[in-house]
Design a protein around this ligand. Structure first.
Ligand code: ADE
Length: 1000
């Protein structure tokens, strides 16, 4: 059933194809049925067009359109051309106008068969095996006249497989698929055109599409369909919207990559209070359950003595008579006030009363039990009691007692006291019931002193009053001393003072002139205090009352002050003269000592390994340069060409002659004229550092020129320049073993530096140089200067300049640079090497890089990266710097891989599922269950906590925060940290595997 709409296809069929179109149609249906393109938006698909296609051919007898109906009576549009016998063919087929829609970048997928010219007799010279694909963009959607000159060529299309007469006989259909990028298209739409120049082609389908990152859910946020940027190296940042009943924890973001893939999930949403996560949505907690925190935790059963009747409860309410204190967490059971204290006993001796009791039988379910002791004095009628006032002393205190006992001092003899002991807890305040108290009556009738009687004023001056009194009458025991309490009459409520006297009189000083004071006195004996005397009021004198005495005092003070000052001057002069020389000698000794022991970051030198000395510890930087670098006579240097520019001047290549030795190629860094002393010192600091090193993977210093101009640093020449640009230039050219060899060299250089106690701070592929044998050497030394010079270094909030993408989080946050932070940077260098110089974190902003690292995101494995290497990278990027590998571990790990290359065969993209994952790298295992994982981090004791909280898969724990871990009952902070740090590492593995479409 062939419908001929254009030209005459019969002869073509007869002559060249002999293909049954039903065969093509079946093949096409099968092909399209199982191909899913979730991230493609189709603009045209000839297999899906039901009516006429309406494409144009020029000339009319060039291409033929053949439309066959399939078993469902749907048309299959095919275009054929086969004028292989005739020379100078120029047959055009043009599509209809295709709208670009939202696309920025469009792709055309062509499926076609092509006849092998050799299999057609007598056609040599005229038969071709390619055709050309063209496009023309235009805003006009209506058909416009076809003018080939207006079309732009996209490509010449050749077949991967052409078919022969034999294939036809055997009914083998060799269908080719080619995809080409069209555009960029800036107008509203475009035409496609196919130019045949004498081939035998059947174009069986054309599919035109653009790519998008499809609508997706991630971390409880939705992300809309997003069109990638035209520029394939830049990502589109997309903010997610939290699903219903979820809220932002950190702004959820994804980046849309050029291929329509979502990358780098940042931030997340979490289910709100009263809601828990279930299959990517937030469901309300059932009645009887609650969730008090927003977060990825499950709803919990209401704690004891509480209830929730509604769905979605953030909190359970307390049963009647039970309460929750302000600071009680919602997870805690509701509690009630305690019962009263029991079994009060007391013990009174001459001066102290000791009260003790048993804790209440019911603590109310709380641990914050305290006691208050209240003292009352009661007369004969126990109903008439008054509070004891301030005369008693309670040790440790009368209220808020934690222990069930108190000592009472300073009580009065011959008195009746009632002590009420009250038990309290954190919810006592909330209860409207009266307080539970236990009372005890105590009489201190032990023959203590009676009252002090009248207190007299003997005299008063401006600031003093002299008082005297009689001994109490009923003293069976000796009075030890008297306590005199006094205060300003006007300010009684604010404060009072007290003093003691052994005699029966006292002069109280330090009083205000012309002020009325209240005094009362009590006696202290070995059996306690007497009651206070009645209150007596006396006034101090005015200005005229005691001038002479005051003047005398002033004189004494002035004399003492003058004498003291003179002594001070004499002593100071003495110390200055005798101490100065010693101070100078000590300072000098200190600076020498410091230089000898100035190791970076507390580095302790390895026995037998030289230690790096910071050139800044030399007062004279020139001395440091000459200690570590040879002075070269400039006549021995021949500069040949400029190879780069540094902050201080040009970098040149050239030759260095050394008498008796072969001339060697060198790189020469120059210090440009007009420098200030500080720049010269900074420039030469690098030589002072480099000159201390001697290792095959550290750039070798040949010497310096400091005695003539220009000042120069001469180092060995590295033919392949810096590693990052070298890799970019040779993208994909090396074997994995070659790349690992480079990484091994860098690690070995870094091990040497860290053994010497040198912290690089700017380890990055741009600071590694490569020679003609692919040997990599660490270069760019000089600490702050290097960072000033590094275009990647950005200012942080702490004011330092730091290459964010390469730097460990603790170094960014609080400048904690160490060999462990160098190990982090090494991991980034590994990633740069394995991705052939890709920029770490692509076009993400520095701020997003910091945020994503904090969130636990780590760079995924570059394409073609062995699992073992990516795991080593992840190991270097552990948040806890103590968990990162040492450079010595890295070197031996890489050595093992090199010795056993089969360990590098498993690429990250090859992992087909974790249970079967190779496990050839025992140091860096991937886990398969929560139990395994907890065992591996020695936290097996928490298996039940995870299970009980519903965390049964590794997926489910991947977003747990320290708070979530605490919530499930891990109370020790050290354990919380260990678990969360491991989750972060695990998350990277999970993330990466999920990105690749595998499931754990
Ligand atoms: N660029 C900077 N230093 C270099 C060196 N030592 N060799 C080659 N190129 C360089």
């Amino acid at each position: 059933m062939v419908e001929r709409s254009l030209g005459n296809p019969v002869c073509i069929l007869d002559m060249s194809f002999g293909v049954k179109f039903s065969l093509i149609s079946l093949l096409l249906r099968a092909l399209f049925a199982d191909s899913s393109h979730s991230n493609q938006v189709v603009l045209l698909d000839t297999t899906a067009v039901l009516g006429e296609l309406g494409w144009k051919t020029y000339p009319m007898n060039g291409w033929d359109a053949i439309t066959e109906m399939d078993e469902h009576n749907r048309p299959i549009h095919t275009f054929q051309v086969c004028h292989v016998m005739e020379p100078n063919q120029n047959n055009w087929l043009r599509s209809n106008w295709i709208s670009r829609e939202a696309a920025q970048k469009v792709y055309a997928e062509l499926r076609f068969t092509l006849r092998d010219c050799n299999s057609i007799p007598w056609v040599s010279g005229t038969c071709k095996e390619t055709f050309n694909l063209f496009y023309m963009e235009t805003d006009e959607s209506h058909a416009i006249k076809f003018k080939p000159a207006q079309y732009t060529k996209i490509d010449t299309i050749a077949a991967d497989e052409s078919f022969t007469q034999m294939d036809l006989g055997d009914r083998i259909l060799k269908l080719n698929t080619e995809v080409r990028e069209v555009g960029p298209i800036n107008r509203k739409g475009f035409y496609l055109a196919f130019q045949d120049i004498g081939a035998c082609i059947a174009l069986v389908s054309v599919r035109v599409y653009y790519k998008k990152c499809p609508f997706t859910f991630r971390n409880l946020a939705t992300f809309p369909d997003t069109i990638p940027r035209v520029d394939s190296s830049s990502l589109v940042e997309v903010r997610g919207v939290c699903v219903k009943n979820a809220e932002e924890r950190d702004t959820p973001k994804l980046y849309c990559g050029a291929d329509g893939d979502w990358l780098v999930p940042l931030g997340r949403c979490v289910c709100s209070l009263g809601y828990e996560e279930m299959d990517g949505t937030c469901l309300a907690c059932r009645p009887g359950f609650y969730k008090a925190f927003a977060g990825n935790i499950k709803c919990s059963k209401c704690p004891p003595h509480s209830f929730s009747y509604e769905e979605g409860s953030p909190l359970c309410h307390c049963e009647k008579g039970f309460f929750r204190a302000e600071k009680d967490p919602p997870t805690m059971a509701c509690t009630r006030p305690p019962s009263p204290p029991r079994n009060v006993v007391f013990n009174i001796n001459e001066t102290s009363l000791f009260l003790e009791w048993s804790p209440p039988s019911d603590t109310g379910g709380r641990k914050d039990l305290t006691y208050n002791v209240l003292c009352k004095r009661c007369g004969a009628d126990p109903r008439h009691c008054e509070l004891c006032g301030g005369e008693l002393r309670f040790v440790p205190r009368p209220q808020g007692l934690v222990n069930a006992s108190v000592t009472v001092l300073d009580f009065t003899a011959h008195a009746n006291y009632t002590f009420e002991i009250e038990s309290l807890n954190g919810v006592s305040e909330m209860s409207s019931f009266s307080r539970p108290v236990t009372a005890v009556n105590i009489s201190t009738d032990q023959g203590g002193p009676s009252l002090v009687g009248v207190v007299r004023k003997d005299w008063a001056s401006q600031n003093s009053i002299a008082l005297s009194w009689q001994e109490p009458e009923q003293t069976t025991v000796a009075v030890l001393d008297y306590e005199i309490k006094y205060y300003e009459k006007e300010h009684e409520q604010f404060s009072y003072s007290s003093t003691r006297a052994k005699a029966l009189s006292i002069i109280i000083t330090g009083l205000k002139p012309s002020t009325r004071y209240v005094f009362h006195i009590r006696a202290r004996t070995s059996v306690g205090y007497s009651s206070y005397s009645p209150k007596f009021e006396y006034e101090t004198g005015d200005e005229t009352s005691d001038m002479a005495a005051d003047q005398g005092q002033v004189l004494v003070i002035v004399t003492a002050a003058v004498g003291g000052f003179t002594l001070l001057v004499i002593l100071t002069l003495f110390f200055l003269i005798t101490g100065r020389c010693q101070w100078y000698i000590k300072a000098k000794m200190k600076s020498d000592e410091k230089r000898r022991t100035h190791y970076q970051n507390g580095h302790i030198p390895f026995p037998g390994i030289k230690t790096y000395i910071d050139p800044d510890t030399y007062e004279d930087p020139t001395q440091a340069v000459h200690e570590f670098a040879k002075e070269i006579d400039p006549s021995r240097i021949r500069i040949e060409r400029v190879i780069g520019a540094g902050e201080f001047g040009e970098v040149c290549s050239g030759r260095l002659r050394t008498p008796g030795k072969k001339e060697i190629p060198v790189a020469i860094k120059t210090l440009k004229g007009g420098y200030v002393e500080r720049q010269r010192r900074d420039f030469l600091r690098e030589a002072s550092i480099m000159g201390q090193f001697d290792h095959p993977n550290i750039i070798r210093l040949e010497g310096v020129v400091t005695k003539s101009r220009p000042v120069m640093i001469v180092v060995e020449y590295m033919e392949n320049g810096s590693l990052d640009s070298f890799l970019r230039k040779h993208d994909g050219h090396f074997t994995v073993i070659q790349l690992v060899g480079m990484l091994r060299g860098i690690a070995s250089g870094m091990k040497y530096l860290s053994d010497m106690g040198y912290v690089h701070r700017d380890l990055a592929a741009r600071n590694i140089l490569v020679n003609s044998n692919l040997v990599c050497k660490v270069s760019d030394f000089g600490l702050s200067r290097v960072l000033e010079d590094d275009p990647e270094a950005a200012y942080t909030t702490s004011g330092g300049k730091i290459p964010i993408r390469w730097t460990a989080p603790e170094a960014i946050a609080y400048r904690k640079f160490s060999s462990a932070s160098d190990a982090w940077s090494y991991g980034i260098v590994m990633w740069e090497v394995m991705s052939y110089g890709e920029r770490p974190y692509w076009e993400m902003s520095n701020q997003d890089v910091i945020l994503s690292i904090e969130e636990g995101y780590r760079l995924p494995a570059p394409m073609g990266c062995p699992v073992a290497l990516h795991q080593l990278m992840l190991h270097c990027w552990q948040k806890e710097r103590g968990h990162r590998p040492k450079f010595t571990d890295i070197v031996s790990f890489l050595d093992k891989l090199i010795r056993n290359p089969s360990s590098l065969l498993t690429l990250v993209e090859d992992i087909q599922g974790l249970p079967d994952s190779p496990g050839e790298v025992p140091e860096y295992p991937l886990f398969i269950s929560i139990g395994d994982w907890l065992d591996s981090i020695k936290m097996s004791q928490y298996k039940n906590n995870f299970m009980a909280a519903g965390f049964t898969t590794l997926d489910s724990i991947s977003t747990m925060s320290i708070e979530d871990v605490r919530q499930i009952g891990v109370t020790l902070i050290g354990h919380q940290r260990r678990i969360v740090s491991s989750i972060q590492t695990l998350r990277l593995q999970l993330f990466h595997i999920q990105e690749k479409g595998f499931h754990v």
